[in-house]
Write a protein that binds this ligand. Sequence first.
Ligand SMILES: C[S@@+](CC[C@H](N)C(=O)[O-])C[C@H]1O[C@@H](n2cnc3c(N)ncnc32)[C@H](O)[C@@H]1O
Length: 228
Amino acid sequence: MLTMLSAGCAGLLAGCGIAANLSGWLHVAGLLLLLLSAIPTTLGIIMLLYGLLGKLRTRDFMVSSISWRGDERVLDVGTGLGLLLIAAAKRLGKGGNAVGIDIWRKEDLSNNSLDQLAANIELEGVENRISIRTEDARSLSFPAASFDVVFSLFCIHNIEEDEGQKRACQEIARVLKPGGRLLVGDYLPTHAYASAFQECGLTVLYSRSFFLTALGPMWIVSAEKPYI
Ligand SMILES: C[S@@+](CC[C@H](N)C(=O)[O-])C[C@H]1O[C@@H](n2cnc3c(N)ncnc32)[C@H](O)[C@@H]1O
């Protein structure tokens, strides 16, 4: 985000200076630089807005979509630094438990590490309701029908192959209990995830854009596992 913003702003300033002060092909080059620099600047602003506001709004929307009893078992797939995991744990009472899994890839999230997540959990005082495991979303170790609620935010697109993304969706569907609910958010349209959930027998409630909630590109799919 910082690289995009600084490169974009530097390009805008340079483009303005060149276009305003020079003539001929240099004037045209300045205008071109202005136009091109608008791309990283816009992307940087979108990322900044998501980081400052959209992320918390998305988290609050996803967590408040559940009618909490307090005794749920919750899974956050690709929990990273615990954005949804910690918020979900705060909704839990006696008997409730939230599990976060991740492979903590540094290229997907700055400062991404199990130690940093553990520090965040302690800081928020929810360590008695949370457990964390290093696991790949494509091969979860949990038995079928283990969780009442499964969340995942901005994780599945990081799996490069379509087949791997589908496998992650199948795993999420497998570990969800009958009567359980899932919400999966990503910055790309979630229709392929919705199809994978449907193929697993889940009822898809919606798969649509939440641009205004996230103040940037965001699609969320929500589904329920019917009782057999
Ligand atoms: C952009 S971060 C999002 C973290 C968190 N959900 C949030 O919204 O703040 C994506 C996370 O997905 C994790 N991830 C990527 N591929 C994964 C996989 N195959 N299995 C589990 N986690 C994965 C990354 O390590 C990273 O923590």
